[in-house]
Design a protein around this ligand. Sequence first.
Ligand code: GRF
Length: 212
Amino acid sequence: MGRRPVRNDTMPPKKIIVVASGRGSNFQAIIEDFQRNSIAGECIGLVTDNPNAYAITRANEAGIPVTIVDFTAFESRELYEKGLLLALKNAQPDLVVLAGYMRILGKDIVREFAGKMINIHPSLLPSFPGLHGQRQALKHGVKVTGCTVHFVDDTLDGGPIVLQRCVRVMDDDDEEILSQRILIQEHIALPEVIRLFCEDRLKIEGRNVRIL
Ligand code: GRF
């Protein structure tokens, strides 16, 4: 049976900003989910730290405004963080979605968007946080891995978990094949969490996120 969207017409649609650094396949999955489904929200912009990110092309094709906060154009990491914070604040989003943002966020941004920022990570957290979650999983020899969507806090990939999806690890997997298998699940998990957020169905209780 299909998912039944919960719409509350008395509430304004949620404004979603996506932050991505590169290919943007998760961003594309979000765009298509908004196009396919009736969602109580809209994707109001893409913010990227990388002027060459393919995600920009995807945004242009979908008519989504792009803000480039070019990391290399700033004299210091602190100034870059200030620029990024300003770009995000100016958009006044209800939710910031990190979809392949390849930098660690500064504390000011994390604090500003506490409870309003989610990230997708390619492992079953708390296993294998940080870079190359898929490579770490292969190296460790796990038989099951997957992806995690979590709220962002000031720990590395350690915030409250909203949703996880599993994939099996096959004996002859390499990093690329495993990454592709996980990516298919990422493209399901991230839009699903955004829909839940738009429907006001996520409640953070300490480390637990209840889906109402
Ligand atoms: C994904 O694997 C995501 O989990 C990780 O970075 C990758 C981004 O892929 N954080 P894409 O740019 O969405 O295609």
